[in-house]
Design a protein around this ligand. Structure first.
Ligand SMILES: [Zn+2]
Length: 64
């Protein structure tokens, strides 16, 4: 059974959005590019399912 973590937006410069996972002991961080693609900065809890979003923009499982 995998934990589900909801990531939150820490920074947004219009072109890229920095997501962080506030879950204790995880600390996953990634940058989502509005032009497409994402870069994982810190992997965090590999087995957790990560999701995040803002308003109607929702990215399910922005993991991997
Ligand atoms: Zn997490």
């Amino acid at each position: 059974m995998n934990a589900q973590h909801r990531m939150v937006i820490e920074a947004d410069n219009g072109a890229e959005v920095l997501f962080v996972c506030p879950h204790e002991g995880c600390g996953r961080r990634l940058v989502l590019k509005r032009s497409g693609g994402l870069v994982v900065l810190d992997r965090g809890d590999f087995f957790a399912l990560h999701s995040g979003g803002r308003g109607v923009e929702v990215w399910a499982d922005i993991a991997s």
